[in-house]
Design a protein around this ligand. Structure first.
Ligand code: WTA
Length: 656
């Protein structure tokens, strides 16, 4: 995050109380009610979660132990039997919600579709049977590489229904990135589409799948199911590839939901960390269902009459938890939109809100900053009066963007719910209850009941004051990740060992820096590790460095985030070349393309600077702090005495 953003956050003192009309109808109406809930959960978290699990979800068989905590491994609702697809679909069919819109979908070229709960249930059952016919069984992993179309949600729910864990890979990732993830998950089936609309182009999803699977690249994959979306010519491999519509047509709609153990694997979702390849974050069934259900209900104050819209892509955790599972478990109407704002259609979000009368809108700071640039005349030309709550997620929101969102989009009537959480946490962790908690622009405010959050130093001691510390969670919660797929050691070292456990107290290390103010409000300041956030998308600097180094011209690469007004951060790469290559603009272009091929367009470096050496300590460690300063065009701050060769710095500043 840029220095000016941090400064403006530090100086922020404004307080916005929830509008009285909102509080009156909210589930939680005052700070006092919030604190009662919070204290109740803190006094006995297990009882708190058990009561909610009983009230809010349908179980085939009740658990016998609420929490089995063998740090750092947790099991929730042990021996309980449940199916999240049942909770998202079947149980609503016996109520008036049967013919309520479950999914409203707005397609990119202007098509649209609405699926009621009964219709969605039918499609999910048919698709579950289709997968069974292809030999997919409980426990088999299924890769999903799809555009934002209803079939993506149908595929996820069908997987959950038969107990085949899904691993959704964002459609913007390259064939290489897809392959790595499918190999790690050992997927048996891949579900994709011929193509997807993205901005004003078509992305060739099926072609990328073909590339990922070429030369037996992912030996575990037996079949590929293809949705026809863009209708361009694609290759269909006989015996391996099948059209979704061909198989779906004849499939039976009778497919009872498989009773799953509460701790059975629900999905794997890959996310970047500071080291190595992306980690497969493991989420299981019962706890995740409860956690996404409760956070959706309370933090979005979700009512049966609401049209709710989360603008994320299903390829990210936000799409999993807050387009599909959380809203549908609550029987809500969840809107899915295939498009993204772009110069050729800058007002598209506001058109969608007006067209469907959206009541709850959940988006990212990077989108808000883009809207600010596009101008307030666009939202002002639409009727946004249906909105009653605005959410944000993905990165710290700068107070200017917060206030713009509040004024221009919310017309000062809508509480702003800034939600801090992560792929690993399953659902929202720190966020204001919209009818209860007065908000401060830039702060995610206070933790959800049952979440014991703190800001500590590396010894685990709470820290106060403006310099802040590390954001940690001190008690397990139902939505937490259970493991890193196939790598429990990595799970332990990434999340539970940065701050050593003491006296039986374990600290979940989020990787974010934060501070807590005198009112107990949390201010998340951004990552403290080598993860950068480009338009709210998490990327490990090491992943981008590995991609660069895999090009024959590159000897060494160091990647840092450069503050960017709209994207939050952009990728800045310092590169040293192999002896027989010389710097040129053509090579810069080639290297950028190479990174896109290796990872995907989201990882395209904004800038590449050639240098003949990188600043290193005497022990050979790259001093990223200095590189961050240089990338940002700032004076090099702090101690440089450990630098091995000081002349490197001057050369870097000038660009070698
Ligand atoms: C950042 C996205 C400040 C944070 C749900 C976290 C935020 C990372 C916020 C997780 C927020 C997310 N305020 N920072 N409201 N929300 N972050 O796994 O750095 O894609 O660690 O999950 O995004 O990103 P992930």
């Amino acid at each position: 995050m840029s220095q000016t953003t941090i400064e403006s956050i530090l100086q922020e003192k404004r307080l916005f109380s929830p509008p009285a009309e909102f509080s009156q109808q909210a589930y939680v109406r005052s700070v006092r009610e919030y604190e009662q809930l919070y204290d109740k959960a803190k006094a006995n978290p297990e009882r708190f979660w058990a009561e909610l699990a009983e009230q809010e979800l349908d179980w085939f068989q009740k658990w016998d132990t609420v929490l089995d905590w063998q740090p750092p491994f947790a099991k929730w609702f042990v021996n309980g039997k449940i199916n999240i697809s049942f909770n998202c679909l079947d149980r609503h069919l016996t109520t008036w919600r049967k013919n309520k819109a479950a999914l409203i979908w707005e397609g990119e070229p202007g098509d649209s579709r609405t699926l009621t709960y009964a219709q969605l249930h039918r499609e999910v059952c048919q698709f579950a049977n289709t997968m069974k016919q292809l030999g997919v069984q409980k426990g088999d992993r299924v890769g999903i590489y799809m555009p934002m179309i209803p079939e993506a949600a149908i595929a996820m729910l069908a997987c959950a229904r038969i107990g085949a864990p899904h691993s959704v890979v964002f459609g913007g990732f390259s064939a290489e990135a897809l392959k790595d993830r499918l190999v790690d998950a050992q997927a048996k089936l891949v579900i994709t589409a011929d193509g997807g609309y993205r901005k004003d182009n078509i992305i060739p999803l099926k072609e990328q799948v073909d590339r990922a699977l070429a030369d037996n690249g992912v030996p575990s994959v037996q079949n590929v199911l293809v949705v026809q979306r863009t209708k361009q010519q694609i290759h269909m491999e006989p015996g391996r590839d099948h059209w979704w519509h061909d198989l779906q047509q004849g499939a039976s709609a009778d497919c009872p939901a498989e009773p799953m153990d509460s701790e059975d694997l629900l999905f794997i979702l890959y996310t970047s960390g500071s080291t190595g390849t992306p980690k497969g974050v493991v989420h299981t069934t019962g706890g995740y269902n409860l956690y996404t259900h409760m956070t959706t209900k309370w933090l979005f104050d979700l009512k049966d009459t609401d049209v709710y819209w989360c603008t994320a892509d299903v390829g990210w955790i936000t799409g999993h938890s807050y387009i599909v599972y959380g809203p549908l478990s609550n029987g809500a109407t969840s809107l899915m939109y295939e498009g993204v704002p772009r110069p050729s259609n800058p007002g598209c979000f506001w058109d969608v809100i007006e067209k469907y009368g959206v009541n709850i809108f959940y988006t990212a700071p990077t989108a808000i900053r883009t809207f600010i640039k596009m101008g307030e005349h666009l939202p002002k030309a639409r009727d946004l009066s249906s909105l009653r709550l605005l959410g944000t997620v993905g990165e710290p929101i700068n107070p200017e963007a917060w206030v713009w969102y509040h004024r221009i989009i919310g017309n000062e009537r809508c509480p702003i719910v800034d939600t801090w959480w992560q792929t690993e946490t399953g659902g929202h962790m720190i966020a204001p209850f919209p009818g209860a908690i007065p908000t401060k622009p830039g702060s995610a405010t206070r933790p959800f009941p049952g979440i014991i959050a703190d800001v500590v130093d590396l010894d685990g001691n709470p820290v106060s004051g403006e310099e802040g510390g590390y954001l940690v969670i001190k008690h397990p919660w139902p939505g937490m990740l259970r493991n890193v797929y196939g790598n429990p050691e990595r799970y332990r070292s990434t999340y539970w060992e940065h701050i050593a456990p003491r006296d039986g107290q374990y600290f979940y290390f989020a990787g974010d820096g934060a501070r807590k103010d005198e009112d107990g409000y949390f201010w998340v300041m951004g990552r403290v590790d080598d993860v950068i956030s480009v338009s709210g998308h998490r990327l490990g600097t090491m992943e981008v460095e590995s991609a660069l180094v895999s090009h024959p011209s590159v000897a060494e690469a160091a990647v840092v985030g450069k503050p960017d007004e709209v994207m939050g951060e952009s990728i800045f790469a310092f590169v040293t070349l192999e002896g027989n290559y010389s710097p040129s603009d053509t090579l810069i272009d080639e290297l950028k393309k190479h990174v896109v091929k290796e990872i995907g367009a989201i990882a395209r470096p904004g800038e590449i600077r050639f240098t003949d050496a990188l600043p290193k300590t005497r022990s050979g460690k790259i001093m990223r702090r200095l590189l961050r300063n240089i990338a940002a065009g700032q004076e090099v701050a702090g101690d440089t005495s450990t630098l091995e060769d000081r002349s490197v710095l001057d050369k870097l500043r000038g660009g070698a």
